[in-house]
Design a protein around this ligand. Structure first.
Ligand code: UD1
Length: 350
């Protein structure tokens, strides 16, 4: 039995395809929700829309400081494992959140093999909580599924070579599988009306959004753009947004479901974001992306200017630079989940 721990929005999207691949290959999986994301629109809608198997338990940790959140997951997840009727053959974790690192610490200290999906990614910026989470998780993992050759290379530089596999990105699997059915189940008509040529914006990194001045500066640059901007707002921004005058060209909305996000990606002309996942999704949707960060873990997307790093002060300049390379697939073929299931089955002999 594989015990999976997930808790944040992008992890639901990734788990949807992997859980299905496990089911298809007869691997038993038990899913635990840490409760890191807990609001209906940040959590339940994804479980429903993507038909993720019902979680066995929800630790309901909610919000808190990094230490408080991580500590609560540590205690809660260990307790769940001790109470399980069956000891897990491995613990499966995704990405770089506080849920990921907590799961990695619990499992490795209980001598349960750790499987890490999205291994080997680095921003080399240790001020990002996610970077610490990635590095530590990779170093206690036993099976590491990377999305690219550069991630495999990075692990090698850090001395990690055993059971490292480049299978591509499971998010590409999700993108392909769910783009094909999104229009059948969702609509963004209410959101965009007859708008053509809008920019899709997401912002949630602490460095961009936690200080009112930083958020204000970014919004003021965005206010100078000619296009309309649609911004599904992450709950962490709500408090600050109440104190800021929003530029006229920005229309804010509640967080989107995954299907709505895929449709918005299809309709928009350009993406501006500080998310990791959306950088890749805009590439796969063949939409130019501006990433409001100093660095990215997804360096392949930068080639040919499909994705460009920018700050509020050079955003206007970067937005006029168009991609100069023809589009070619990145991060695998969309069969990462199937490969993960088959390798896992073989390695764990389950
Ligand atoms: C987390 C991940 C980040 C990931 C993102 C995806 C960490 C360190 N960060 O960031 O890597 O890209 O998820 O969205 O794990 N909040 C709510 N309701 C919710 C969830 C959050 O109001 O359902 C608010 C709370 O004020 C909370 C804040 O958002 O304090 C931040 O949430 P948290 O889960 O700690 O981090 P994210 O910014 O979502």
């Amino acid at each position: 039995m594989i015990l999976t721990l997930i808790g944040a929005r992008p992890q639901f999207i990734k788990a949807a395809v992997v859980s299905k691949a496990f089911l298809d290959s007869g691997i038993k999986e038990i899913i635990v929700h840490s409760g890191q994301h807990y609001e209906e629109k940040m959590s339940q809608v994804f479980w429903d829309e993507l038909r993720i198997p019902h979680p066995f338990a929800n630790l309901n940790v909610g919000s808190g400081s990094h230490s408080a959140q991580t500590a609560q997951i540590l205690v809660g997840f260990e307790k769940i494992i001790l109470e399980l009727a069956e000891f897990p053959e491995a613990v499966l974790l995704y990405g770089d959140t506080n849920t990921t690192i907590a799961g990695a610490l619990v499992a490795s200290k209980m001598h349960i093999p750790v499987i890490h999906i999205e291994a080997g990614l680095r921003s080399f910026n240790r001020e990002m909580p996610e970077e610490i989470n990635r590095v530590i998780t990779d170093h206690v993992s036993d099976i590491l599924f990377c999305p690219s050759d550069s991630a495999v290379e990075q692990l090698k530089k850090e001395g990690i070579t055993k059971n490292v596999f480049n299978v591509g990105d499971v998010m590409y699997d999700s993108f392909l599988a769910f783009s094909a059915i999104a229009t059948k189940h969702a609509s963004i008509k209410k959101l965009v009306g007859d708008l053509k040529d809008f920019i899709l914006l997401t912002l949630h990194r602490p460095v961009n959004t936690d200080k009112k001045e930083n958020l204000e500066q970014i919004l003021s640059s965005l206010g100078q753009l000619d296009s309309k901007i649609i911004w599904p707002v992450h709950p962490r921004n709500r408090a600050n947004l109440n104190k800021i005058a929003l530029p006229q060209n920005i229309r804010i909305t509640e967080p989107l479901t995954y299907f709505e996000m895929l449709l918005a990606l299809e309709e928009c002309s350009q993406v501006i974001t500080d998310s990791g996942g959306l950088q890749k999704e805009s590439y796969w949707a063949k939409k130019p992306c501006i990433t409001l960060r100093d660095e990215t873990e997804w360096t392949e997307t930068l080639v040919g200017n499909w994705n460009q790093l920018a700050k509020d002060n050079n955003l206007l300049e970067k937005i006029n630079i168009k991609p100069k390379n023809a589009w070619s697939p990145l991060y695998g073929k969309g069969d990462a989940a199937r490969q993960i299931a088959s390798i896992t089955k073989k390695l764990l002999a389950i």
